[in-house]
Design a protein around this ligand. Structure first.
Ligand code: G16
Length: 548
């Protein structure tokens, strides 16, 4: 660790990673020592795991390009050098999508990666920032690892630093920082090659050449350059197919969250008289996706189920069939029905992509997805927005049906899970906690209660035991099951940066009655849950901030 300086610091409270790493207001991260402490805590865990030193190890660093990304990358490089890391691969200009990070870690055999993103949350000095560590399988560090990072943040006394100015991270090539070798790598090449190995690009190109029109909204996030390369350069879509394609530090002042609220302009374009055949969007860091047909929204649970239904037929990489599918607990149960039909196992995990990793690593599943607009496969250990868009494009090329017909055919075959998530943001955290505590105290007495035109069959906490490694994660959300087959899930978000975010998830299944208005079908259940929670009295809200 030649020329490393030891910079005194003191523990900073509140550096406990949530659903996906540490997410806070950007200004908090900009406080002296805040980022440095967290990064040093990551390295302390790595030192514990590599007692012989980090000289033989390679890590990757990059982020979604939001405000403070560049400064954070430069800080991480200096602390990595201070900690005696052998080699750091840094994405050009410090920008790398979340799925690309996962793919690069796996492809290059790196010991892990440090990823800078607050995902779909807005960017800017007064918005959000985040950091997480991904392990050598390419996936977000498991809770056992992040708990150790947190423990170190509580007892840090110093961080290690190599001072060196003018680090050339904009140009491909190599340099040294202290004794550490740094390689600046292309952000797109590895990812694009991975997509070409999964999908039949010739077939997709032919489909687009036949007059099939698409529009991809990069929401001024990290995917713009990836999408231009893939959809316009390689697949031959018309120039301008990718909109909002310039990655911006503040995402143009918008919320880079691909859902019906925040991608409203794309939704409007798909409803216009001259609408393209297919619309899609990705979030700030490129792991979430939104799928649209002409005047038609594909809910994420249906998207996973439809991809599972068609993958073996439409996508070369899955031609041999799927090992299994997994979904997070609040995600609609549509994929389970496809798995049953295919004769493959399905799994229900807590919210958080990290819970899919052990199943993917063990080869127990091939596809997985979440209601929070995440879908992915065994090619990575993060959800992958552009992968999901290419999966849909493959199904569209294979079936030659419109998006709406593909989904309607799915419903006719399997029935329909009417599904909505209602979010209540920036609630008073104490009031929200108290409301959930009151609910938990009543859970045992809810069975048999008349509820939303039905009866509560059971109510309880979702506790999870990982079927591969036996790790347990308890209290992952309250589930209420009704006798008519519908259910509600109640949990607090682990990714919010302000107060508490309450998520209420509603699902109502019908085998034959597939043509109802989703909101109307869900409302009686939603009203009953609001009443059960005494939502208005407890947190002063009735209307959700976002419905997805
Ligand atoms: C992260 C996780 C997802 C999770 C989502 C929402 O996604 O990777 O698994 O579903 O947060 O979590 P919560 O409901 O706790 O806010 P992202 O896209 O934000 O990294």
């Amino acid at each position: 660790m030649s020329n490393a300086r030891l910079i005194p610091t003191h523990p900073i409270a509140g550096q406990k990673p949530g659903t996906s790493g540490l997410r806070k207001k950007t200004r908090e991260f900009m406080r002296p020592g805040y980022l440095e402490n967290f990064v040093q805590a990551i390295f302390n865990v790595l030192h514990e795991d590599h007692p012989g030193g980090l000289g033989g190890q390679t890590l990757i660093v990059g982020g979604d390009g939001r405000y403070f990304n560049r400064e954070a990358v430069l800080t991480i490089l200096r602390i990595a050098a201070g900690n005696g890391l052998g080699r750091m691969l840094v994405a050009q200009r410090g920008i790398l999508s979340t799925p690309a990070m996962s793919i690069e870690i796996r492809a290059r055999g790196a010991a892990g990666g440090i990823l800078l993103s607050a995902s779909h949350n807005p960017g800017g000095p007064d918005a959000d920032f985040g950091i997480k560590f991904n392990t050598s399988n390419g996936g977000p560090a498991p809770e056992s690892f992040t708990a150790r990072i947190h423990a170190h943040t509580l007892r840090l006394t110093e961080y290690r630093w190599v001072e060196q100015s003018g680090l050339p991270i904009d140009d491909l090539g190599d340099f040294t920082l202290g004794a550490m070798n740094v390689s600046v790598i292309d952000s797109l090449d590895g990812y694009v090659a991975a997509m070409q190995s999964i999908f039949d690009f010739d077939r997709l190109r032919a489909h687009l050449a036949s007059g099939f029109r698409i529009c991809f909204d990069a929401m001024n996030g990290v995917t713009g350059p990836y999408a231009r390369r893939i959809f316009e350069d390689l697949l031959g879509a018309a120039p301008g197919t990718v909109i909002r394609s310039e990655p911006l530090e503040d995402f143009g002042g918008d919320h880079p969250d691909p859902n019906l609220s925040h991608a409203a302009a794309l939704v409007a374009r798909l409803s216009a008289p001259d609408a393209p055949d297919f619309g899609a969007a990705c979030d700030g860091d490129g792991d979430r996706n939104l799928i649209l047909g002409k005047s038609f929204f594909v809910s994420p649970g249906d998207s996973l189920a439809v991809i599972a239904e068609h993958a073996a037929q439409a996508i070369p990489a899955y031609r041999a069939g799927l090992a299994g599918v997994a979904r997070s607990m609040p995600t609609s149960m549509a994929a389970d029905r496809v798995a049953a039909q295919l004769g493959i196992p399905s799994f229900e995990t807590p919210t958080g992509w990290k819970f899919f990793s052990s199943l993917l690593d063990a080869g127990r599943i091939t596809l997985c997805g979440e209601e929070s607009f995440g879908t992915g496969s065994s090619h990575a250990r993060e959800k992958d927005g552009i992968w999901a868009v290419l999966a849909w494009l493959s199904i569209l090329a294979d079936t030659r049906q419109p998006v709406s017909e593909i989904v309607n055919a799915h419903w006719r075959r399997f029935g329909r899970s009417y599904y909505q998530r209602h979010d209540y943001e920036a609630l008073d955290a104490t009031a929200a906690d108290a409301m959930l505590a009151r609910l938990r105290a009543r859970l045992d007495s809810l069975g048999g209660l008349s509820f939303a035109g039905s009866t509560i069959e059971s109510a309880g906490e979702f506790n999870y035991t990982d079927p591969v490694n036996g790790d347990t994660s308890n209290n992952q959300g309250v589930r209420i099951f009704l006798a008519d087959g519908s259910r509600a899930v109640i949990r607090l978000s682990g990714t919010g940066t302000e107060g508490a975010t309450l998520r209420l998830y509603y699902e109502s299944y019908s085998k034959d009655d597939i043509g109802q208005d989703c909101a109307a079908r869900i409302e009686p259940l939603a009203a009953a849950i609001r009443a059960l929670l005494e939502l208005e009295q407890s947190v002063g809200r009735v209307q959700p901030d976002v419905i997805t």
